[in-house]
Ligand binder design. Structure first.
Ligand code: IVH
Length: 671
């Protein structure tokens, strides 16, 4: 029996690793997501039941979970060099001349690769298994981020041996990065949750990888391409091109835009082509890398103190433009934070878009960069996405430029602004501040929140001006006549808006929690809370311990939820929302709910602590599943609470997946 389990665990691990490779590395899956999930859950429950078969390179370990207080250090077996930079074609020609002189060759064969803009990592595989991962650090010593790297889906935990034997030890180098769309989505979620934004995809990748809680890393869409080898035993490879091929055979993700060229001219041409096309890539690059292909020539050329003589980075000229900073406007966000934004006149063309403004973040940045109103400034796109003011062009100063000072009072309501200890941001402390209300209303009606179609800024401004809304609950007491009387609103559009306000009443507790704009409560935390407590009243009554018991809810969120719930004004808003008939329980939502458990059959046994039977049943049914009373071959899951009965034994005998209450909650919370 035990042996059968071991065999099955081994088989599932191999299959899952194979399908992971097909999906993330080849981008060519051969099974459906739900088949994959089913196998993963089977493996999870076998591993839970048989902890003696724990393995760090099991696919179940990719979800993270380890939390540490600090990172250990790793001394690299072979130091990680950095690259010398070239900023012009001339510098590339000089590099080639040196290589030709030292090698005595008249034409050198090069490999040209994209230079990915992320974080360099070193990955050690012993006997084909991922055993250690580290940051570059200072090149000699890095940080041990093994547990975080395990959560990066395209990174193989076990190497493939089909096409090529795997050496006993290899240390592979690559770049972990965040694709552009994942970066934008992450920042949107952070904005919703009132968290600081990442300046560019590189910072987001580095911040995600260096998380002490690996669950956070697992939740970020990180990707990796590998491009080199450090220490290695028993590897007989004679060119870089062949090495890239071998890395691919072993299951690593190698960038498809690698090119083998004869001579520097072709290499330069390839660099210039990408300089034009870089915007089309779904991930950020900041240049290209040219490497000597022949490994024996690489060895002969050697390295200087910092970088190898056989490679050079061609760095793109930053996409930069100059314009006049006409004005710095200060806006007040939902949480009261004052944000200065530079307004340009004229707007400038940068990396394919017209840029008329750039967020300056806070007063410190403006002071450190010495940016003044009226300055001619250099504007750049950070990580190719977000416009940023780099600094002034001092030669262009006339003496009439004005220093910027953060207003002492809120530009919207006049309240005296405050700076909280340890924060760089200034805040308007007035909870009734019209600017805060405006942003709160916009957020409340936004897509991921209550999704009120037609509730745009123009309407909100008018509703506020006429004092028709003083808080979000007022939206639900608006009459069609009130709306029809607004500028550019006829009876028909008023009726439409009333209808979308009405429709929003049924978004369910998770969306309502997002909409309320509780600090740090974004989509993920809101779902976790909603599917744990099931209705607003229970959430409002939750103790700190109860909040902390919810998977994914830590100190920061628990404190924020409690601070929000004790506030008299917030309680009043929730009461009025309830009066207006807003659904404050978990429900199926047209956008992201429902369907996940379609046709899945559940059997409940034992006592659940977080749900009544009726609540568990309705949560399953809302997601398209059904609950039956007896376990049979067609049962998909048995949820086992405290002191489960014979149904559990029967499930085990039939090999049906058994979920603990916690696993059941996680299943419900899944997108
Ligand atoms: S090769 C000795 N190849 O650029 C060779 N590096 O400025 C070392 N990078 O630390 C690196 N894409 O983080 C190489 N295709 C690529 C790269 C690449 C990005 C990064 C890497 C390295 C930095 C050097």
């Amino acid at each position: 029996m035990a042996n059968d389990v071991a065999v099955r665990i081994d088989e599932l691990r191999r299959q899952l690793e194979y399908h992971n490779w097909r999906y993330y590395v080849l981008d060519d899956p051969v099974i459906t997501d739900s088949e994959y999930d089913r196998m993963l859950r089977e493996l999870q429950s076998l591993e839970t039941a048989h902890p003696e078969y724990y393995s760090p390179d099991s696919p179940t370990q990719r979800v993270g979970g380890a939390v540490r207080s600090e990172f250990g250090t790793v001394v690299h077996r072979v130091p990680l060099f950095s690259l010398a930079n070239a900023f012009s074609t001339d510098e590339l020609l000089n590099f080639d001349r040196r290589v030709r002189e030292l090698s005595g060759q008249s034409q050198v064969e090069y490999v040209v690769e994209l230079k990915l803009d992320g974080l360099a990592v070193s990955l050690t595989y012993e006997q084909g298994r991922f055993s250690q991962g580290a940051t570059r650090g200072d090149g000699t010593t890095g940080e041990d981020i093994t547990a975080n790297l395990r959560t990066v889906r395209p990174l193989p935990l076990v190497l493939r041996e089909e096409a090529r034997t795997v050496p006993p030890l290899i240390e592979v180098r690559g770049e972990v990065f965040m694709p552009k769309d994942a970066f934008l989505q992450l920042n949107t979620r952070r904005e919703e949750a009132g968290e600081a934004l990442f300046a560019n995809p590189r910072n987001a990748a580095a911040g995600s990888l260096r998380q002490l809680n690996t669950k956070v890393t697992a939740s970020r869409a990180l990707d990796i391409f590998v491009y080199g080898l450090g220490a290695a035993e028993e590897v007989t490879i004679s060119s870089h091109w062949e090495l890239l091929r071998a890395l691919k055979d072993w299951g690593f993700k190698v960038n498809p835009h690698i090119k083998l060229v004869q001579g520097i001219d072709a290499a330069v041409e390839y660099c210039l082509t990408w300089q034009e096309q870089r915007q089309e890539l779904p991930y950020p690059i900041d240049g290209l890398v040219i490497k000597v292909n022949d490994l024996s020539l690489q060895r002969a050329l050697g390295a200087t103190a910092k970088s190898p003589r056989w490679a050079i980075a061609y760095k793109f000229p930053a996409e930069q433009a100059e314009t006049t900073l006409k004005e710095i406007v200060v806006t007040v966000g939902r949480t009261g934070v004052l944000t200065p934004t530079a307004i340009f006149d004229p707007p400038v063309q940068l990396a394919g878009t017209t840029v008329s403004r750039a967020v300056l973040h806070n007063e410190d940045i403006i002071r450190v960069r010495d940016i003044r109103v009226g300055d001619v400034v250099k504007v750049e796109k950070a990580g190719d996405i977000i416009p940023e003011v780099i600094g002034p062009v001092p030669e262009q100063r006339t003496g009439r430029e004005q220093l910027f000072v953060m207003p002492k009072s809120c530009p919207a309501c006049g309240a005296q602004v405050v700076k909280l200890p340890g924060e760089v941001a200034f805040r308007c402390p007035n909870v009734s501040c019209p600017a805060r209300l405006r942003e709160s209303l916009l957020h409340f009606g936004s897509r991921g929140a209550m999704d009120i179609d037609g509730l745009g800024p123009a309407i909100i401004d008018q509703l506020m001006e006429r004092e028709l809304v003083r808080d979000v609950a007022d939206l639900y007491f608006l009459q069609a006549e009130d709306i029809a009387s607004l500028t550019r609103m006829g009876a028909k559009s008023a009726a439409n808006l009333i209808a979308s306000i009405e429709a929003s009443k049924n978004r369910g507790l998770d969306r309502l929690l997002v909409a309320l704009g509780i600090r740090y409560v974004g989509v993920t935390a809101a779902k976790a809370l909603a599917f744990h407590f099931f209705d607003m009243e229970r959430l409002m009554a939750a103790t700190r311990e109860e909040l902390l018991a919810v998977p994914g809810i830590g100190d920061k969120i628990a404190t924020s939820v409690q601070d929000f719930m004790v506030e008299e004004r917030n309680q009043a808003t929730i009461r009025r929302l309830k009066e207006a008939g807003i659904n404050m329980t978990v429900t199926k939502s047209p956008v992201n709910g429902g369907g996940k458990l379609t046709d899945k059959t559940f059997v409940l046994t034992g006592k659940l602590t977080g749900f009544t039977r009726a609540q568990a049943r309705s949560a399953i049914e809302e997601k398209g599943g059904k609950v039956t009373s007896s376990v049979s071959g067609s049962t998909d899951y048995v949820v086992a609470g405290e002191s489960p009965g014979s149904k559990l034994q029967r499930a085990e005998a039939l090999g049906i997946q058994v979920l603990t209450e916690r696993e059941f909650e996680q299943l419900l919370a899944m997108e």
